[in-house]
Design a protein around this ligand. Structure first.
Ligand SMILES: Nc1ncnc2c1ncn2[C@@H]1O[C@H](COP(=O)(O)OP(=O)(O)OP(=O)(O)O)[C@@H](O)[C@H]1O
Length: 320
């Protein structure tokens, strides 16, 4: 069966920047794929090749077996870019009817708006919607034509927790109807809520492509910070899952794929420590962990002690 999306050695350059570098990827019908990666990784570029907005520099991209640059290939495609503009004086229902009017069998405005919890807002001018409501409407519009393929670029950025969950439910419901969906995100939490398969992109490359559970395990990097007396380098080198370790005096910052195992090892070995903190690592650091464990093939190998760098954007829980 023809894959819904097929990239074959696709490369996209912008001048000197290689935004996507020799990526080959197939997405069969019915998959819900998460594209996860830090800023500038190449996620939007990949979507823009798939939705026909940009040509490849080399290599090929196909949707439903056809060239996405040809408009007729995109009749089964729905997409929401990172930023969308809605005509401020049109009412929500009018926008739905207008966009739906371009498709042979559109969803009714009632069905579409109720799927996204927007039914009460059908008569509201879009200029009077909150930022979160506008975002939900923009994502809703991507499915008004009942597309078989949906591309969502960071669909829930700027949404509060409730609006995010509502939108995730709507996306899952549409996927359950049989659609193939690709969603990009910085948020591991979002990818966990939606995706079955996760493709991790970094520096224009596919770093990993696996089922959700496997990827979540691999990007769950943590920073362990603590004070260790004396020359502790040998102790740190022997700790499990250590990807990176820096010392500022007696204050150590250890990036590890398994913070529980690090703490257990310290306690079991009777190592004296103080000021213990365990924090989520940034997504970039999680990717460092991922590639480091690829490099040595064994996450439990000894520490690589690198020059000090202080992580700036750590967020507890969700990785950004
Ligand atoms: N139109 C463009 N002109 C020049 N460079 C571009 C253009 N679009 C993207 N790039 C560059 O290509 C690289 C990949 O960008 P892209 O937007 O695909 O990443 P991303 O993973 O979607 O990032 P983000 O999560 O920040 O949206 C970046 O270095 C970016 O600066």
């Amino acid at each position: 069966m023809t894959a819904v999306i097929s990239l074959d050695h696709a490369t996209r350059r912008y001048g000197d920047v290689v935004a996507l570098d020799d990526v080959s990827l197939e997405v069969p019908a019915g998959e819900l794929v998460g594209l996860l990666g830090p800023n500038g990784a190449g996620k939007s570029t990949l979507l823009n090749l798939v939705n026909g907005l940009r040509p490849t520099t080399s290599g090929t991209v196909r949707i439903f077996g056809a060239d996405p640059r040809v408009p007729a290939s995109r009749i089964q495609l729905g997409t929401t870019p990172q930023e969308t503009g809605l005509p401020p004086t049109l009412r929500v229902g009018e926008v739905v009817d207008f966009v739906g009017g371009h498709y042979p069998d559109p969803m009714s405005r009632d069905e579409l708006l109720s799927r996204f919890g927007l039914a009460d807002l059908a008569q509201r001018q879009t200029g009077g919607l909150s930022g979160g409501q506008k975002r939900r409407l923009a994502v809703a519009l991507s499915i008004v034509g009942r597309p078989r393929l949906v591309l969502l670029d960071e669909p829930t950025t700027g949404l509060d927790v409730e609006a995010r969950r509502l939108l995730w439910d709507a996306v899952r419901e549409y996927h359950a109807d049989g659609a193939t969906i690709v969603v990009t995100s910085h948020y591991l939490e979002e990818i966990e809520a939606l995706a079955q398969r996760v493709v991790v992109i970094g520096h224009g490359h596919v770093l990993a492509d696996d089922d959700l559970a496997t990827i979540v395990g691999r990007v769950s990097a943590r920073h362990v910070r603590l004070r260790l007396a004396g020359d502790a380098r040998a102790v740190v080198d022997a700790l499990p899952g250590v990807v990176d370790a820096t010392a500022d005096g007696d204050r150590w910052t250890i990036l590890t794929t398994d913070s529980d195992a690090v703490i257990r090892a310290l306690v079991t070995q009777g190592v004296t420590f103080s000021g213990l903190e365990v924090r989520g690592a940034s997504l970039e650091e999680a990717f460092l962990a991922m590639t480091a464990s690829d490099d040595d093939g064994d996450a439990s190998s000894g520490a690589h002690v690198a020059p000090s760098s202080s992580p700036s954007d750590q967020t507890q829980g969700a990785l950004r």
